[in-house]
Design a protein around this ligand. Structure first.
Ligand code: ADP
Ligand code: MG
Length: 422
């Protein structure tokens, strides 16, 4: 039986949900995560994946149905200077949201102007306000109490549903929540914490972690935190080559981290000492060049020739991992098995995605965390059959690492008397 994660005992404890408040005619501020991927130049910016917008709909629709006067807000990208405004405007989000909600989304250029206060009382049922990209305001990333208090001045109920932004103590996530007595979470945060929580408290066993992606160094904390609760690790992606190198297997020109080889060695020993599995690729898809490969081959063993670099796990490895996943009850996947952005190197990640969909259909729990892993799951076509794909990226990893998320902490009202007065 697994001990779970020592450091997490908090979850949604002391956090109210949107359903705990009477929203009728109340000015309800919903902090969403509309930080969607886009492409195209200024004026023609197109949303390439609206998953995050759709994920926010249940909470927004609930508030609309209850007759709330709605203010929606989000950050978007990392605008650095004034000239970035056109590229990082939430206008495309307002358009898409309007279509999905079948409502009029009124974009407020300046969240610090009188506009929100003036417009809110007169909002009609099929109208909502959307504040322009919060990161246009200097106070947002600085967690400015002054900026938060301006937003609080037109907020009766504050709802955080921006799971993907909750690992950052920014004004709309932290200071604003603390400035509003009536505060709680929306359905997306609830779903995320409930599903991630199923991994952290007594997960059904066998429990496997599939880890891949670009770097071992990004995943060290997750590995440390999972070490006691999982029954095994399946390793892929570029991080596999650091482990293979640590075992004395030649990795050719594959990406690996020299300064993490000793960590990898130690980890292999610690996992073995606990009687757990750590599986590494037994074959690879290799190429002669990263940017312009002219020869793409599959190796017959784990060894990689000196003039080749590995860009995906091979078919034998995919089959081995599929069998392991089929025997598990709980699986957490973070980090693609290869450079899935290119179809030649996507097979390994898609095979894992298919196996996770099958596990979910068979009654197991499959949770995907990490931005690129979520994209790989979506691209595979198997996403709809999987138990849970976190919209969180960094936030889901930090949660599993045992970190307290500022966005959750700011919502907690363990005793009414601890509500800070600003
Ligand atoms: P996540 O966002 O899910 O946490 P990461 O950011 O850690 O995942 O890793 C994703 C990146 O790792 C992808 O862009 C992918 O192309 C890259 N990657 C995976 N395998 C390899 C490899 N063998 N060589 C180089 N890059 C790789
Ligand atoms: Mg990533």
């Amino acid at each position: 039986m697994s001990a779970g994660f020592g450091k997490i005992a908090t979850g949604l404890q002391g956090i109210k949900s949107i359903e705990d408040f009477d929203l009728k005619d109340q000015r309800v501020f919903i902090r969403c995560d509309f930080n969607v991927p886009t492409e195209g130049p200024v004026g023609q910016v197109k949303i390439t994946d609206d998953t995050r917008i759709r994920a926010a709909l249940p909470t927004i629709r609930y508030a609309m149905d209850k007759g709330a006067k709605l203010i929606l807000a989000s950050h978007f990208g990392r605008p650095e200077k004034k000239e970035d405004r056109a590229l990082y405007s939430l206008e495309p989000v307002a358009d898409r949201l309007g279509e999905l909600l079948e409502a009029e989304v009124i974009l407020i250029e300046e969240p610090t102007s009188d506009a929100p206060k003036a417009l809110l009382p007169g909002l009609r049922p099929k109208q909502v306000l959307l504040l322009e990209n919060l990161r246009f305001e200097e106070g947002e990333t600085k967690n400015s109490v002054e900026f938060a208090n301006i937003m609080a001045s037109y907020t009766d109920v504050y709802i955080n549903d921006a799971f993907g932004a909750s690992h950052r103590a920014h004004a709309s996530i932290d200071a604003l929540a603390r400035a509003v007595a009536k505060r709680g979470c929306g359905y997306l945060i609830k779903k995320e914490i409930e599903n991630l929580g199923r991994l952290t408290s007594q997960p059904a066993t066998p429990f496997l972690a599939i880890l891949g992606g670009a770097k071992v160094s990004d995943k060290i904390k997750v590995i440390e935190n999972l070490m006691d609760s999982v029954d095994g690790f399946l390793i892929g992606g570029a991080m596999a080559y650091t482990f293979l190198h640590a075992k004395g297997i030649s990795v050719g020109r594959s990406k690996f981290e020299k300064d993490k080889v000793s960590f990898a060695k130690e980890l292999i020993e610690r996992v073995a000492a606990r009687g757990k599995k750590l599986l590494l690729p037994v074959d690879h898809v290799v190429a002669d060049d990263f940017l312009a490969p002219t020869r793409i081959e599959t190796t017959s063993t784990a060894e990689i020739a000196a003039d080749r670099l590995a860009l995906d796990i091979g078919p034998k490895t995919a089959e081995l991992y599929r069998k392991e996943i089929a025997r598990a009850k709980t699986v957490f996947w973070n980090g693609p098995m290869g450079v899935f952005e290119r179809s030649e190197f996507a097979k390994g990640s898609f095979a894992v995605a298919e196996a996770l969909a099958q596990l979910s259909q068979d009654g197991g729990l499959a949770v995907v965390g990490g931005g690129d892993s979520a994209s790989a799951a979506e691209a595979s076509g198997f996403a709809p059959q999987m138990s849970h794909i976190s919209t969180g990226g960094g936030a889901s990893l930090e949660y599993l690492e045992g970190a307290k998320l500022p966005g959750l902490e700011a919502l907690r009202v363990l005793r009414e008397s601890v509500t800070p007065k600003l």
